[in-house]
Design a protein around this ligand. Structure first.
Ligand code: ATP
Ligand code: MG
Length: 393
């Protein structure tokens, strides 16, 4: 069957009153942006529903794949439309629809009519019974099951009539743009793209920052991060990726600070710079891919030390997840294959053999004092020389 129209279902939690219109408007806008590359579509709101209608030819699989990336959608129902709002026309359409979708295979069904257009003379219950009767007559292998039908045939009577029976699961969450903006610390690893995806799913727009250490890290490592940002932007929408040259700071830390504290001190400077960039770009929070205990720099004590330099909230959506759970999401969102490409990361080059796992904040702060002469200039330079790459799927 060639579908020309789709009913888009979204969760209504937190969408009462005025907020609801804002939510719906933003969701419509996001849908339009996503389907733009697939073909010509109109998107409109109608009584707490969103309708998407194709104005021309398009690829069905591509459209569904794209709609499944839009946060805020919980279900996508391919529908057929009957323009004549009369019983006979509805009956014929229902029979034709069932025939095309399911043929005369053995199945149980239930008709679920909804009369939004009160000018239509029959009540919903009556329509259920009547259409059910004709379907039983037309298909010898069908039977009715009102509790657990194989097929639930929905018939919505509006200014036109909509028929549908299947709901394709959407991504859920909230439309991006309904909950502010945050700065994602995006490395080339597995965790941070997943963290960005999870926060974007709550309606948060993303910017990202990557700490690069040329010539210790290669162009390919940088390209990998750009590629990851592009995959995440397929869900979150356009991402401004800030690429910071972190080499001088890293070398200074390496030269002046105890080697077992390198990672913690480095992470603290990353957070400081990320927070500066966040404030300059109207981001209200930071996002990292940290998870308790995953590596030495992510023990409770280490997280405490890293967190201490931040004044804005730091979201760590992977914090309570096992590595495998994070990997499962990265496979689902298609970042995994890129994340595991073996290009070196700035953190891996300067790591100590035996990093501290229980750093003490005062000790770390004292080590950082060894940098005071030069560090302010270095931080300013790192921020002033940021390269911004705009990434879009
Ligand atoms: P990931 O898989 O996300 O790289 P990881 O397990 O390698 O995480 P760490 O290297 O300790 O963990 O980094 C923890 C978090 O710090 C990352 O999830 C990311 O948010 C941030 N981060 C680490 N390195 C960088 C970098 N070079 N640029 C930007 N952010 C970084
Ligand atoms: Mg990493």
């Amino acid at each position: 069957m060639e579908y020309k129209a789709f009913l888009i279902k979204y969760a209504e939690i937190g969408t009462k009153g005025k907020n609801r219109y804002v939510f719906e408007d933003i969701l419509c806008k996001r849908i339009k942006e996503h389907v733009e590359s697939i073909g010509d579509f109109s998107v409109r709101r109608e009584y707490g529903r969103i309708f998407l209608e194709a104005e021309g030819n398009y690829d069905y699989e591509d459209l569904i794949a794209e709609l499944r990336k839009v946060f805020g959608i919980i279900g996508i129902c391919p529908i057929v439309v009957e323009d004549t709002v009369q019983f006979d026309a509805i009956r014929e359409k229902a029979i034709a629809y069932m025939k095309e979708c399911y043929g005369d295979q053995k199945l149980t069904f239930k008709v679920n009519a909804r009369r939004a257009n009160k000018a239509f003379p029959m009540q919903s219950m009556e329509l259920n019974a009547e259409i059910g009767h004709y379907l039983l007559e037309a298909f010898l292998n069908y039977s009715v099951d009102v509790h657990k039908p194989d097929v639930l045939l929905n018939i919505e009577i509006r200014d036109r009539v909509y028929l549908y029976s299947a709901t394709i699961k959407g991504a859920g969450g909230l439309p991006v743009g309904t909950n502010g903006k945050a700065m994602l610390l995006l490395s080339g690893g597995i965790d941070s793209p997943v963290a960005g995806y999870m926060i974007a799913k709550r309606g948060v727009e993303l910017e990202a920052v990557y700490f690069n250490a040329p010539p210790y890290t290669s162009e390919r490592a940088k390209q990998k991060v750009i590629d990851l940002a592009r995959i995440v932007s397929g869900y979150s929408g356009r991402i401004r990726l800030h690429i910071v040259n972190f080499t001088d700071i890293q070398l200074a830390i390496y030269e002046k600070c105890p080697h077992e504290e390198l990672t913690i001190i480095m992470r603290r400077y990353m957070m400081r710079i990320a927070e500066q960039l966040a404030k300059q770009n109207d981001c209200q929070a930071l996002i990292t891919g940290e998870s308790i205990g995953q590596v030495a720099s992510q023990t409770m004590q280490s997280l405490t030390c890293t967190n201490e330099v931040c004044t804005i909230p730091v979201f760590r959506p992977c914090i309570g997840m096992d590595k495998q759970e994070i990997i499962d999401i990265s496979e689902e969102i298609d970042t995994y294959e890129t994340s595991i490409l073996p290009y070196e990361d700035c953190c891996t080059i300067f790591v100590a053999k035996h990093p501290v796992t229980k750093p003490i904040l005062d000790v770390i702060k004292r080590s950082e004092e060894k940098l005071t002469d030069e560090i302010e200039d270095m931080l300013r330079k790192a921020i002033d020389t940021v390269e911004v790459v705009i990434v879009e799927a």
